[in-house]
Every structure is written in structure tokens, then in C-alpha cells.
Design a binder for this molecule. Structure first.
Ligand code: MG
Length: 329
């Protein structure tokens, strides 16, 4: 059914990974904006400037990937403390531009202002998809299968080590899921061109939170099987590995749903794809997201990224709140 023409060019506004705008028939424009704040998203003593720049752009690119889009240009606004060495800024830009070149994204503008204390970087990424082809969070239907790309909990596992005072070796930093995560642009586009995914989101806040976003927007519920989760080897080494995979954020993998009738490859554009659960009909008496853990079904609460300021609040609260009704965000 054709969409009713809206008075403005906003086709999909707040509530998805990117906004969808239409200026001309045939092509939709994607816009996403993400903040990176010192002390919240990174720490200068933990993260090399190149990693901060890389991760700043990944946040935007991953949101374009989650729509099945092709990124085109980025705009960067920086608020920098007066005493920040110029070398930090240069290395930050090196990390950001290296990733931008790989994905043929042009840094097309921005702004710089002085900040009283912390570094703050705001990235805007613009991308495109053919008209009406953006993969939204709202398309999941009962009976659909839930899939995830790559592995989960790797970024949180590295962060966990940093919090415990274990510094990552420089060798581990390159290619690390935490310091240099990869946006799944090619996988997202493949899913869009093959029209396989009914709904999609990128895993920035953690599986429990991001799956609840799909459920919210699609008015469905989900049941995942914890034993099927592709837990990252770095997370598997830790006692709380499963919790890191369920709730740890910033993996920047794609979480998507597809009808059970379609055959989804177990590898797309070189990235492994794992079936982790199913979408069910919305039922107000049942938890929005449930997880089968060691044979028993329990509500999976949204315990997304608490970031550095608060630490992993879910670790101590996980068991206590396991039987509470899940939040609806
Ligand atoms: Mg997102």
C-alpha cells in the first residue's frame, strides 16, 4: 500500500536508528546523530585518541547500517578543553578519517568550540536507501526469527578488564571489538537488497535493550535462547560472559528479524549470522523479552549501557530483578 504523502519530507522521524527523509521520489535520505562524551563514552586514560575518533564515527555508520543504507557524508562538531594538546585532536581525526576513507564517507563540515572541561564530539552521518526500502525497527511480525551478526559481549569484556585496572596491550587494541569495532555496512545493505529482514537495529546499547526497541516499535514480544548466543571469546573468558553478551553494549553488530519462510545464510558479507530466537504475538500478561537460560524461561530486562559513570549496574541487580516485569522503555 502506498504511503500517504506527508506535509514535510520526514518519512520516519524519531524512534529508529536514523531518520528517513524524502526530498525527491525514488531515493530516501538517512540522517543520524550521535554524541561521544568524555567520561561517558570514553576515557582519555583508557582510549587512544585514534580509537575515540574511530568509535565516534562508528556510532553514526552503524545507525546507517541498521537501516540497510549506504553512508555518504559526515559532519563533526567538537567541544574541546583549552588545555587539550593539538596532538590529541590530530590523532582523533586520524582515527576518524581512516575509517571514513574505508567506507568512502566524506567529512563535509562541522564546528569547533571551547569546552570548560570535557571533550565532546557530535557526529552526524548522512546516507541513502532506495525509496521505502529502509529497514525499520517496526516490521517484526509474530513467527519471525531473530538473528544477530558477529559475536556479542566482546566490547563489554574489554571494558570490564579496563575497569578492573587491566590495561589492554596496543596489539590487542587494533581490531579490538571495543577500541575499533566494525560497522556492518555491507551486511546491512545485503539484507536490504535481498529483502530478507523484516526489522533491524544495531546493537549499541546491548541485546536486552535493543531487542526491546524492536518489540516496542513492532508491538510484538520476543523469546531468545541464551544457549544460541554467539558469545565473543573475550567475554567467554569471564565468569559473567553470558551477562556481557545479553546486556553489554557497543558491539555494533546488527540485530534483525526475518520471516521463518525465508532462508537466511549463516554468513553475510563475511560476517557470521546466528539465529537466536523468535518473535511472538504481543501479550500484556507476558514479559516483552524472555530468555531461555539453562532450560528455564525468564524475563530479560532492558539493562543497557550504563556507561562509565555508573558502571555495570546490571551485574549486581541482575538476579534480584529477574522476576520483575520488564520495563517498556
Ligand atoms: Mg542505533
Amino acid at each position: 500500500m502506498a504511503r500517504r504523502r506527508r506535509p514535510t519530507s520526514v518519512v520516519t522521524g524519531i524512534g529508529d536508528d536514523s531518520a528517513v527523509l524524502r526530498f525527491e521520489p525514488g531515493q530516501d535520505t538517512l540522517v543520524t546523530t550521535d554524541l561521544s562524551i568524555e567520561g561517558v563514552h570514553f576515557r582519555r586514560e583508557w582510549h587512544p585518541p585514534e580509537s575515540v575518533g574511530h568509535r565516534c564515527l562508528v556510532r553514526g555508520l552503524s545507525d546507517i547500517a541498521a537501516m540497510g543504507g549506504l553512508p555518504a557524508a559526515a559532519f563533526l562538531s567538537l567541544a574541546l578543553p583549552e588545555d587539550l594538546p593539538q596532538s590529541w585532536v590530530n590523532r582523533f581525526l586520524d582515527g576518524l578519517l581512516k575509517l571514513a576513507r574505508r567506507y568512502k564517507v566524506q567529512l563535509a563540515g562541522g564546528d569547533i568550540a571551547q569546552s570548560p572541561r570535557q571533550i565532546c564530539a557530535d557526529i552526524v552521518v548522512i546516507g541513502s536507501v532506495p525509496q521505502d526500502k529502509a529497514i525499520l525497527r517496526s516490521g517484526a511480525r509474530p513467527g519471525d526469527v531473530v538473528y544477530v551478526t558477529g559475536s556479542l559481549g566482546g566490547s563489554a569484556a574489554v571494558l570490564q578488564n579496563l575497569r578492573k585496572g587491566r590495561r589492554a596491550s596496543p596489539r590487542l587494541k587494533t581490531g579490538s571489538p571495543h577500541f575499533y569495532p566494525e560497522p556492518r555496512i555491507a551486511t546491512g545493505q545485503w539484507l536490504r537488497t535481498h529483502a530478507l529482514a523484516s526489522a533491524m537495529i544495531d546493537l549499541s546499547d546491548g541485546l536486552s535493550t535493543d531487542l526491546s526497541h524492536i518489540c516496542d516499535e513492532s508491538h510484538v514480544r520476543a523469546v531468545i535462547d541464551a544457549e544460541l548466543l554467539p558469545v565473543h571469546p573475550a567475554a567467554r573468558k569471564q565468569r559473567e560472559g553470558l551477562e556481557l553478551a545479553l546486556h553489554g553494549g557497543e558491539d555494533y553488530e546488527l540485530l534483525f528479524t526475518a520471516p521463518s519462510s525465508v532462508s537466511v545464510p549463516n554468513r553475510i558479507s563475511g560476517v557470521p549470522v546466528t539465529r537466536i530466537g523468535e518473535i511472538a504475538r504481543y501479550d500484556r500478561k507476558k514479559p516483552q523479552v524472555e530468555a531461555l537460560i539453562y532450560g528455564s524461561k525468564r524475563p530479560l530486562l532492558s539493562k543497557g549501557w550504563e556507561h562509565f559513570a555508573k558502571g555495570f549496574a546490571w551485574q549486581s541487580e541482575a538476579e534480584k530483578s529477574a522476576h520483575r516485569a520488564p520495563s517498556r522503555n
